[in-house]
Design a protein around this ligand. Structure first.
Ligand SMILES: Nc1nc2c(ncn2[C@@H]2O[C@H](COP(=O)(O)OP(=O)(O)OP(=O)(O)O)[C@@H](O)[C@H]2O)c(=O)[nH]1
Ligand SMILES: [Mg+2]
Length: 462
């Protein structure tokens, strides 16, 4: 066992700032020994003798028995039935920043060190209390910004994703075992029914992985917000729209076409929904190198977005640029915005005729005409992603999704090998890759640096 595992660690578990109550968590083999030194019970009920019972008393500086730092509650949770699987003690003090830090300072003078971010959860994982998907669910619960995100994280905390992945691992192992037997005993190769194995890979590996991967965009939207790209010809008012949502002049607005050359991304909150707004360079034929690079980026952003707002200027007639952009966006969620309706225009009917089926929003960034219609269309787009996630659906995070994709690719490679009859040794290797990728999701196969990266996203004290 490394030194890391046997250190005793402590941290303030409540958020920084003042509050009614503050919690300091201690975990490790020395936890109760330290509590005996710093906690003076107010009755004969001692927390180390009454596990999981809250005891009243005083937190004292052991160097000076008269130095009572605060009136506190203390609870001791012995290993292995604690959050970390180690001896854990929690002290509930008053929630002031100063008092909490004084308590922590006293603890750090003893045989204890400050916990790193996520270290309590990391220990819970290393001690087998939780798998990696459940550890990650803890951070998702803390960060959840919507009801759906919270319930998906709670489901993962209850093992929703772990159970789903473990089921696929079990099925894959079953198929891989048939290959192993056939490789070890080639004389019995004829016994292997390749067609039935192909259909098992399709139904037990490919289909459930694809079902999880289908939730990629939903997972991104629920966790990080709806990514909306604002695209259109130069000068139609894209940056003005970003500024309108931001309530301040975030992007430069001028009447010179081609003002925005780069991507400007900002996160806003629209009636409780997190939106990532992306203002882009206007699309037009250009020979300017910088502008062309900006246009290229715009196309990339359109592909990565969850919703595209195609903005058009009603004071100019519709042209090839609009038609080409429309072709780019029409296979994903989009909103058409006819801007500058505060100005005199003869082209509004042309636009309405061109896009009859798409019900464009008549809009003005100057008068805010059409703003509530635009907002409700954005909310509908958000809801459509939300609805893709059934209530009891385990929702993978971005790390899981990239591993699911790897597993899917390996599964497809196995199918390809079997269908082309290129040997079961290759297919067997592909299935091993499926298992390696899936094992990294639950954490049965994981390297230290990936573990460190996952847990460093946690806050201190969790
Ligand atoms: N009258 C009127 N003018 C507008 C409206 N929206 C934008 N404008 C003006 O149109 C011009 C271009 O606006 P921008 O927001 O810079 O347009 P853009 O699409 O970001 O332009 P590029 O960055 O060049 O692609 C500015 O002079 C704005 O003040 C509107 O609704 N009504
Ligand atoms: Mg602009």
């Amino acid at each position: 066992m490394s030194k890391f595992d046997i250190d005793t660690i402590a941290a303030i578990s409540t958020p920084p700032g003042t509050g009614g109550v503050g919690i300091i968590k201690i975990s490790g083999p020395g936890a109760f020994l330290i509590i005996k030194k710093v906690f003076m019970p107010s009755s004969n009920k001692k927390p180390w003798q009454h596990p999981r019972r809250m005891c009243h008393g005083f937190f004292c500086n052991p160097d000076s028995s008269t130095d009572r730092i605060d009136e506190v509650l203390c609870v001791c949770m012995p290993c292995p039935s604690s959050y970390t699987g180690e001896d854990v003690a929690e002290i509930q003090s008053h929630g002031g920043v100063f008092v909490l830090n004084q308590i922590l300072d006293v603890l750090l003078t003893m045989d204890i060190r400050m916990a790193q971010p996520g270290e309590f959860s990391k220990r819970a994982f290393l001690n087998g209390r939780i798998d990696l998907t459940r550890a990650e669910a803890v951070i998702d619960i803390i960060n959840a910004s919507s009801k759906k995100a919270l319930s998906a994280a709670q489901l993962n905390l209850n093992g929703g994703l772990r159970d789903e992945i473990n089921r696929i691992i079990r099925d894959t192992t079953g198929i891989a075992a048939i290959f192993e037997a056939a490789i070890d005993f080639p004389e019995e190769m004829d016994e292997v029914d390749i067609d039935s194995i192909i259909s098992r890979i399709e139904s037990q590996i490919k289909a459930p992985l694809e079902k999880l991967f289908f939730l990629k965009k939903t997972s991104e939207v629920l966790r990080y917000g709806l990514k909306i790209v604002i695209a259109g010809r130069p000068n139609v008012g894209k940056s003005s729209l970003l500024n309108l949502f931001m309530g301040r002049d975030r992007a430069i607005v001028t009447d010179i076409p081609g003002t925005t050359r780069d991507i400007i991304a900002e996160t806003i909150n629209l009636e409780g929904l997190t939106l990532q707004l992306i203002d882009t360079a206007g699309i037009r034929d250009s020979n300017n190198k910088i502008e062309l690079a900006g246009i290229e980026l715009t196309y990339e952003m359109i592909d990565l977005s969850h919703l595209c707002i195609l903005m058009m200027d009603v004071t100019e007639p519709p042209g090839d640029d609009e038609r080409e952009l429309f072709l780019r966006i029409k296979n994903k969620p989009y909103i058409l915005l006819l801007n500058k309706i505060d100005l005199q225009s003869n082209y509004i009917d042309d636009y309405l005729k061109l896009f009859t089926k798409d019900r464009p929003v008549l809009f003005s960034t100057k008068t805010m005409a059409g703003f509530s219609e635009l907002s409700s269309k954005i909310k509908m787009a958000f809801d459509s992603y939300d609805h893709d996630c059934e209530d009891n659906q385990a929702l993978p995070n971005i790390r899981h999704l990239s591993l699911i994709e790897e597993a899917m690719d390996a599964g497809k490679a196995a199918l390809c090998t079997l269908k082309n009859n290129t040997g079961i040794e290759l297919a067997s290797d592909d299935l091993k890759h499926v298992l390696i990728s899936l094992g990294q999701i639950t954490g049965t196969i994981i390297s230290d640096d990936i573990l460190d990266r996952i847990f460093s996203d946690f806050c201190i004290g969790k």
